[in-house]
Design a protein around this ligand. Structure first.
Ligand code: AMP
Length: 440
């Protein structure tokens, strides 16, 4: 085989793909209870939308973007011709910027208009160094609640986020919800300066990356994985001491609501999250599953300035994104891997003259909500029985010349000691009655 999947990508096949579909379905069901409707946006957007939304000083924009070039734009680039704004495209590294662009462009949100709640699932792309739990194309499930600055919206979003994880059967005790407030445009700039000064004061002890970002994004030093930097940054000034009264009140109210709702969290004043658009509440769910540095299953926060970056209206919002690959790993490590639905009935042709009957009966049964498989490879009865076994079929019906001439066939359970004869004339009706009786 000469082709391999590109580095940092994954193939989800059969059972693994069921796992992904199941969590997407579960998310849609849970989020719907909270009033969320689905949204799909393009996989690629204008590069400028991401730069504007996410922030040029973030790793996602600075290091990890996948650019999209058509043959024409590539030719222009090679010839040294500058691309126009609408020719500069990139694969989405996250979905919030695309959702913000979409709801503004389509007039779905308006300033002081009704709340808009949307959820999504899809592929995201970041050119990171691949490792377990860190891919270049990965999948996220997420939700965005746009139009409320109230702390009740923060609390509800966090409660829905936790509810989703719990609904999948993940035990609460093995996960930690981290919570922080990042302040807003009134209090964060001064705090940023404090942290910048702290980083510069400790220049000799911090890594190159932290120093390089001291000017543009000093708060990223809190996310540095270097143990040395982590111990230095553990002594840095904390944002919670620097919040303005409005942000402090907002944060206190979010915590009060979560306490009332029985949501357990740990305050982490160093939780800053990687994207520039966050203001006030930020949160992250970490698993203690031994996924090393990749233990964040999902996270999110408030982004009250993001929509303003895209339009002229100040519309607050918040949301979260959950990494599907990491979630599936966490489920698997707890024995919660998706069960692949099995074929209900295998219809075997015991002789060639029965093949047309088998073919049509299979179709009728499928139209009556049964999952049915038949042979398409001119296999012997013995091989067909092996296929039924391999597929984990619950029932087998073998139809041959004898069954055709007497008009009666046998439904045989492949799991229990059960078999019953049924008339072929009203085969579907008969099978429906038998299956219902046996609660198939
Ligand atoms: P973020 O959009 O960076 O806030 O990430 C939200 C969630 O997406 C994280 O908590 C991870 O579970 C997941 N995630 C982010 N980046 C990656 C990646 N490169 N590979 C796999 N999952 C990722």
């Amino acid at each position: 085989m000469s082709f391999r999947a590109p580095k940092g990508t994954n193939d989800l096949i059969a059972q693994d793909a069921w796992g992904y579909l199941n969590i997407c379905k579960q998310a849609a069901e849970i989020f719907f209870r909270y009033g969320y409707q689905p949204i799909q946006t393009p996989t690629f957007e204008s590069l400028d939308a991401f730069v504007r939304g996410i922030g040029s000083a973030t790793d996602v924009i600075g290091k990890e973007m996948f650019y999209v070039n058509s043959a024409t734009s590539l030719e222009k680039l090679i010839a040294g011709v500058e691309l126009k704004a609408d020719e500069r495209l990139a694969l989405r590294p996250e979905m919030t910027a695309g959702v913000a662009r979409a709801v503004l462009e389509r007039g779905v949100v308006v300033a002081d208009g009704p709340l808009v709640k949307l959820h999504y699932a899809g592929s995201m792309f970041r050119h990171e160094r691949p490792q377990k739990g860190r891919l270049r194309e990965f999948h996220q499930i997420g939700a965005e609640c746009i139009g409320s600055a109230e702390p009740t919206a923060d609390a509800e979003v966090i409660m829905m986020f936790i509810h989703f994880f719990e609904s999948l059967g993940l035990p609460k005790e093995r996960f930690t919800l981290l919570l922080n407030s990042m302040g807003d445009e009134h209090c964060r700039p001064a705090y940023r300066e404090q942290v910048k000064q702290y980083v510069l004061d400790h220049a000799g002890q911090l890594c190159e990356d932290c120093l390089r970002r001291a000017d543009t994004n000093p708060l990223r030093a809190f996310d540095c994985k270097n143990p040395n930097c982590q111990s230095i940054m553990a002594e840095a000034p904390v944002i919670t001491d620097a919040l303005c009264p409005e942000c402090a009140d907002h944060y206190a109210e979010v915590k009060r609501l979560l306490d009332k709702a029985g949501i357990t969290y740990v305050e982490d004043p160093y939780l800053v999250r990687g994207l520039d658009y966050y203001t006030r509440t930020v949160f992250e769910l970490q698993s203690d599953d031994g996924q090393g540095a990749q233990n964040a299953l999902g996270g999110g926060g408030r982004y009250d300035r993001l929509l303003q970056e895209f339009g002229d209206k100040s519309i607050p919002g918040l949301g979260f994104a959950i990494g599907c690959e990491r979630l599936l790993m966490a489920l698997e490590s707890r024995g919660l891997k998706a069960v692949m639905p099995s074929v209900q009935v295998y219809l075997a042709a015991a002789s060639d003259d029965a093949r047309p009957t088998v073919f049509l009966l299979a179709d009728e049964l499928r139209r009556n909500a049964f999952s049915v498989e038949i042979d398409h490879q001119s296999r012997s009865l013995k091989s067909q029985l092996k296929s039924a076994d391999r597929l984990g079929a619950e029932y087998l019906v073998a139809i041959g010349s004898d069954e055709l001439s007497c008009g009666v066939a046998t439904l045989r359970s492949l799991r229990e000691d059960f078999s019953v004869e049924f008339g072929l004339a009203d085969a579907v009706q008969n099978l429906c009655i038998i299956m219902q009786k046996n609660k198939c």
